[in-house]
Design a protein around this ligand. Structure first.
Ligand code: TYM
Length: 328
């Protein structure tokens, strides 16, 4: 039986944190040997909000290094930069012609990012999901492992694939999201009711993958907790539940076992041990990250783009032919 194809990506904007890692990358690493994989650094998505050019360049390479340091094997995965494969924006245009204003207007990520900008919100933020659909559909992707916040975008991607197929005949594979049951939505350390976000201007609200041990200890010590002293998982304890989730995913110990271990103990001891669990979990990642050679990473990315381009060009050819666009 042939392997299923996986596609996923991360924007090189802000600082990558354990939410990105536990919600998405950890799953990619786990699946990589059973699937055929494409992991993209989605720089064209990042520019939907203004980026400093030098910072964008640096962040793009940093995300690729994070993929490798997290354990993605370049022999099993095609790792590349989105803007190196021009079929992505080309196909996004075609998909935009099949997308309704109402659909894009309903996207919660758009509504959050548009905030109070009114008429001055960028068009790129609005059409962002058509580029994401292009990313996924270009590779005949079956599975898209992401955090919970991306589910709505993948549902739209499925709708667009079906719409295309209905209009022009079976052409595109209809993908499915892969969302973990635990860890798909890691919450902010400053507010357990909003997700941990790399665009949060307050670094104390997230644990960056590259944070030093003493920084991690300090951030966890200061993380908000719930009223009452019990260390228990449940909807009435959103802050402790989030910390228990992080503890579980970084230590492998189940949540009921952690609840038992810390019964009758205070937050201070729990947080101390949690910090050590996170630090130990990130240690091999951070060592690999520090040892990566930029020139070598750039070579891998160039090679990845060559491989991605070959597949994307084939899909574009098929799409254009079906639509009646005359071949060049
Ligand atoms: P981005 O760059 O915001 O986030 C990257 C991945 O991390 C997940 N994530 C989280 N998971 C758990 N808890 C959190 N607090 C948390 N914050 C972020 C996201 O769900 C995502 O999986 N639009 C996408 C990037 C993208 C993409 C794609 C993804 C572009 N094209 C094609 C998949 C397939 C985004 O903004 O992710």
């Amino acid at each position: 039986m042939s392997k299923k194809t996986v596609f996923s990506g991360i924007q090189p904007s802000g600082v990558l944190h354990i939410g990105n890692y536990l919600g998405a990358i950890q799953n990619w690493v786990r699946m990589q040997h059973e699937t055929e994989n494409y992991f993209c650094v989605v720089d064209l998505h990042a520019i939907t909000v203004r980026q400093d050019p030098a910072e964008l360049r640096e962040n793009t390479l940093r995300v690729a290094k994070i993929y490798l340091a997290a354990g993605l094997d370049p022999k099993a995965c095609t790792i590349f930069i989105q803007s190196h494969v021009k079929e992505h924006p080309e196909f996004a245009w075609i998909l935009a012609t099949l997308t309704y204003m109402g659909e894009l207007g309903r996207m919660t990520q758009f509504k959050d990012k548009a905030g109070t900008k009114g008429e001055n919100v960028g068009v790129g933020l609005f059409t962002y999901p058509t580029l994401m659909a292009a990313d996924i559909l270009l590779y005949d992707t079956h599975l898209v492992p992401v955090g919970e916040d991306q589910k709505q975008h993948i549902e739209l991607t499925r709708d667009l694939a079906l719409r295309f197929n209905n209009a022009f005949g079976a052409t595109l594979v209809v993908p499915e999201p892969v969302i973990r049951t635990v860890g798909a939505r890691i919450m902010s350390l400053g507010d357990p009711l909003s997700k941990m976000s790399k665009s949060d201007p307050r670094p104390a609200t997230y644990i960056a993958l590259t944070d030093a041990p003493e920084v991690i200890r300090k951030k966890i010590a200061r993380a908000v907790t719930d009223s009452g002293a019990d260390i228990r998982f449940g909807p009435e304890k959103p802050a402790i539940s989030n910390l228990l989730t992080i503890f579980h995913l970084t230590s492998g110990t189940s949540i009921p076992e952690l609840e038992r271990r810390y019964r009758g103990k205070g937050y201070a001891e729990f947080k101390r041990d949690l910090a050590e669990s996170v630090i130990e979990h990130l240690r091999p990642f951070q060592e690999r990250y520090a040892a990566l050679d930029d020139a070598e990473v750039l070579r891998l990315l160039a090679d990845g783009a060559d491989r991605a381009r070959a597949v994307a060009a084939c899909t574009m050819h098929r799409v254009k032919e079906r639509m009646g666009l005359v071949p060049a």
